[in-house]
Design a protein around this ligand. Sequence first.
Ligand code: R5P
Length: 291
Amino acid sequence: MTDLLLAFDDERHLAEPLAAALGVPLRWVERHAFPDGESRLRLPAELPRNVALLRGLQQPNEKLAELMILVPAARELGACRLTLVCPYLAYMRQDMAFQPGEAVSQRHIGQALAGWFDNVITVDPHLHRVATMDEVLPGRRGVALSAAPLLGAWAARHARRPILLGPDEEAAPWVRNAAQAQGLEHGTCIKRRSGDREVRVALPDRVFEGREVVLIDDVASTGRTLAVTAEALRARGAAAVDVAVTHALFVGDALAQLQRAGVRHVWSSDSVAHASNAVSLVPMLAAALRG
Ligand code: R5P
């Protein structure tokens, strides 16, 4: 049950339709950035018992500091049950210490969120070595929705008999999920990353000549993963390569890289506002909040 949706105005594209779908009032958190980098937040002076906060964690560091301030303030102002609706949940990829001494940010950010919120609803979190959001949020309810079926349906409508391809083994569940309901062929590549922007991808051993391929992934950040995969597919004779991702981070020159690699269309869900947004998460977020 939700009495009120709180949001920041940089997520208006999701906040307004989500509040309308839920039939609840929408109130904004006002934010002032001080010249020295601190934030001042202003919430409604009185809050009802059940509050949902919409906050995606793209560009996460400043937003996490603001959540640290916002949550206790919301509880002081009357909120008893706080649900975080976090379409893009950052820090999920560092899920083990790959080098001795590395902080496992998935675990520590998960613990922080579990300390602040009663429930967390997110979409396609990068869970690879843990199975569920409940494991990420000890003692709390975590809900992981998936945009994969929406992206699969979109791909089936906009590409010709496409093969859906994940750039790495970790993408296998999303790709399967996207392909199955549409009866599409699907597969995954093998990826080796040696740096933030250094990625090598080996395509699966199948015929791509003359076929349209849609690359499906949870997140595009620098775009290198998708760009090198698209280049390899074009070299193997693919007729067209499109890209469909849940979270359109596309930092820096990511889109230019995709263009250079010969990608035809870039599609995404609206978890992060971006020119590529093609499918809306609002109905599934509203259903999860009602649920
Ligand atoms: C990692 O395993 C993810 O699923 C994405 O493939 C990855 O984060 C994409 O990063 P980038 O766009 O920087 O290659």
